[in-house]
Design a binder for this molecule. Structure first.
Ligand code: GDP
Length: 478
């Protein structure tokens, strides 16, 4: 991985745990000029919260060993399109041991919790109910890490596909353990052994082949193997993760999804990550704020309190937070509002700074000259698959020597989407659009995140520019 990517991950971890090793970060940051601002944005937020008497260090102290209690794992289901992610999430929902028949009547709120009988105990497990890695990536792009463990779904009749690998890369980059669900084993052409064999190439070696990755054969359609899959999730969580949180303090967590409802106003599903969220709490989520007026679980039942790892729908925010926004409880309504307003102002300022901060093709040339980067990450989008392939073929053939490498992290046919921008944000990539244009809100997002999108209608011009950048010879554009 490039140093830039490594650093970005470091930064992300710091956000996720709220404890940042400033020395390490400072040293590394100093080496890569443009990373320093990211740290200071964190610091600013910290200072802002402390100015409002929210003492993050005291909160961290509340995370001392004896205060922590076990919390359920939070799981995301990822994999190639049509491999059965949605169907699997449905089958899991129906397997809830307590709700039984009523378990079928679940509303989509963005996440749900089921209970599973495991080794004589009834154990809850939380699932993020947005299949695919788009949500995962969008949240990571905002610096939030909500997933403890990923289920990688691979259809046994189809095999490992591009998005299987992409999903796996995302999970591995986030340091999240993976359990493989080999799906559609009810199909006559299913070949589960082939999936195991294919995935060894990606360092996922099944236990039965002497590796340490758990593979479970399932049929989401017939509901087969679901219990075993859930057993495996708990097995891996217990063995590899120390999932504990202090329930005995003000809540903190992440917004999973949100929308504006005509009758009820802003409706946000949040995942409580530590502490206990209670009706009546004043909260700030990103730049939105309000008081928790009511809370609902995935069955539409009201809740008075929500414990760690519980997803809950919250009413009472004055505006709609974004997926991946972190939330926290403020001492009073007024403070919540002030924090939200200050954050909004800071965000506006940061947007301007950010525009110059991320890697653009010109920056890359400069950073390369100064020995700061070694990998140019690209996202390729084109109007027809032939063009995307031709472009990719030509790009990977560029001879750039040993110091620098080119990595195409994603390619696809069609307009440039928000997901493309999110991917580029996470991996500090540049987007190359061939005969395609982004929608207006995509341009806005790219602008906000400082992602460089470059448009071409002639392939060799795109190749020339990338080649020039890789050779450190790109002339700045004015
Ligand atoms: P997603 O795109 O990964 O969310 O895939 P879906 O859950 O929408 O499933 C894609 C298609 O495969 C649908 O037609 C499903 O009914 C079908 N499917 C999913 N799981 C199974 C399975 O276990 N067996 C069979 N035979 N079909 C399945």
């Amino acid at each position: 991985a490039s140093l830039v990517t490594v650093l970005f991950h470091l930064g992300e971890m710091a956000t996720a745990t709220q404890s940042l090793d400033e020395d390490t970060f400072g040293t590394l940051g100093a080496e890569l000029g443009y990373q320093i601002e990211m740290v200071s944005a964190e610091d600013e937020d910290r200072e802002l919260l402390e100015a409002f008497d929210i003492d993050l260090e005291a909160e961290e102290a509340a995370e001392s060993d004896e205060m922590l209690e076990p919390r359920p794992p939070v799981v995301t289901v990822m994999g190639h399109v049509d491999h059965g992610k949605t169907r699997l999430l449905d089958a899991i929902r129906h397997s809830d041991v307590i709700a039984g028949e009523a378990g079928g009547i679940t509303q989509h709120i963005g996440a749900y919790q089921i209970r599973h009988e495991y080794e004589g105990e009834t154990r809850p497990i939380t699932f993020i109910d947005t299949p695919g890695h788009e949500a995962f990536t969008a949240m990571r792009a905002r610096g939030a890490q909500v997933t403890d463990l990923a289920i990688l779904v691979v259809a046994a009749d189809d095999g490992v596909m591009p998005q299987t690998i992409e999903a796996l890369n995302h999970a591995q980059a986030a340091g999240v353990p993976v359990v493989v669900a080999v799906n559609k084993i009810d199909k006559p052409e299913a070949n589960p052994a082939k999936i195991r064999q294919q995935l060894t190439e990606y360092n996922l070696v099944a236990e039965e082949y002497g590796g340490d990755t758990v593979f479970v054969d399932v049929s989401a359609r017939q509901g087969k193997g679901i219990g075993e899959l859930l057993d495996s999730v708990l097995l891996v969580a217990d063995a590899e993760l120390d999932l504990r949180a202090n329930p005995d303090k003000d809540a903190r967590g992440v917004a999973i999804e949100a929308n504006l409802d005509k009758g009820r106003g802003a409706v946000a599903t949040v995942l409580v990550q530590s502490g206990t969220l209670a009706v009546g709490d004043s909260i700030v989520a990103g730049t939105s704020y309000g008081r928790v007026r009511a809370m609902f679980d995935e069955h539409g039942d009201t809740l008075d309190v929500a414990l760690p790892s519980r997803p809950v729908q919250v009413l009472g925010l004055t505006s709609v937070p974004r997926a991946g926004d972190t939330f926290l409880v403020a001492p009073e309504d007024r403070t919540a509002r002030q924090i939200a307003e200050k954050r909004e102002a800071a965000e506006r300022a940061a947007t301007l700074a950010k525009r110059r901060k991320r890697v653009s093709l010109e920056d890359f040339t400069q950073a390369l000259e100064q020995g700061k980067v070694e990998t140019l990450n690209l996202v390729l989008k084109g109007d027809v698959s032939g063009a995307v392939e031709a472009l990719e073929d030509a790009l990977v053939k560029i001879d750039v020597g040993d110091e620098v490498q080119l990595r195409i992290i994603h390619r696809g046919v069609g307009a440039i989407t928000q997901n493309d921008v999110n991917l580029a944000t996470v991996d500090n990539a540049i987007i190359i659009g061939f005969n395609v244009k982004p929608a207006e809100r995509v341009t806005e997002l790219a602008d906000r995140e400082g992602v460089d999108i470059r448009f071409y209608s002639v392939i060799y011009q795109a190749i020339d520019d990338v080649e020039a950048a890789l050779k450190g010879m790109l002339k700045p554009e004015y």
